[in-house]
Write a protein that binds this ligand. Sequence first.
Ligand code: PHE
Length: 345
Amino acid sequence: MNQALKSWKQEIDQCDSIKMVEDMRIRLLGKSGEITQMLKSLGSLDPEARREKGAEINHLKDEISQHLEIKRTTLSAQELTERLAKETLDVTLPTRPEAFGTLHPLTRTVEEITSYFAQFGFSVAVGNDIEDEEHNFTALNMSEHHPARQDHDTFYLNAPQMILRTHTSPVQIRTMKTTQPPIRILSLGRVYRCDFDATHTPMFHQVEGLVVDKGIHMGHLKSCITNFLKHFFNVDDLPMRLRPSFFPFTEPSAEVDIGCSREGGALKIGPGKDWLEIMGCGMVHPKVLAYCGVDPDIYQGFAFGMGYDRLSMLKYGLPDIRPLFEGDIRWSKHYGFSPFHSTGA
Ligand code: PHE
């Protein structure tokens, strides 16, 4: 029996594919395999001899199974190494001309905004598209029957209290509830309102900024957004004005306009006769701070929010908002960006 074990082991050692190992397993341990047959033949022996021979054959069976398993593992590791060596991809090869891909203008805009604010220590906070009314409204100082809720054209979900967020401001709440000031965050993403025409889509994008620290005032807010807008539109003498406005979650609140001209029918951002409304902002309402467990006697904050579909359209001369979300490859080729171009922040 030892002789048999030795020669089977040798045969296994000589297998040079997983298929050969498997064939060997079937030959020895399969239903009518040689070792299986040996076990079957035990029935004809007397009990004493059966016990002795049985132990021997079982030992043989274990040895062979183990040997097969080791061989199989070694071979599969070898096969993988060979495959990895064979299937290398030369990433320096030029792309095929028909595989020309572009970055969506919104992707580009997100990169521009986040890299600009990252320089000043803002990190990106991620929120949820599906929100509850508590975070989207109540915590933002819009109680259940507050008229401002009506302005939002909310999509209600088929679950109590659940909605598609109508703005990125709930991320302010989620951040302040879980983070100790000082806070500097930017939150970007999809928001939803039931509206559809050339300048509105039911889903659009907002970016929200929030700063909470000691001694924060309107001056900080104003310089923060002035510098950002000048940088974003690449216009050094960009006129800007803050117009008093109202948001339940900021006090005081303002709407930000930037200068533009419409001479010859073309809209141009920069010094001119006209104004364009671009974002909402204000000092975080003390009630909102307190709701989140931030002491308004110690900390103050400012926040701003704007739709960056609009920013993107203005910067890159996109006439209509709807194609942004239609996924037409011809549009992407025309308005998209090469992924190899730096955002220059
Ligand atoms: N959430 C407001 C909106 O969607 C914008 C805003 C954000 C205003 C932050 C003030 C401060 O209209």
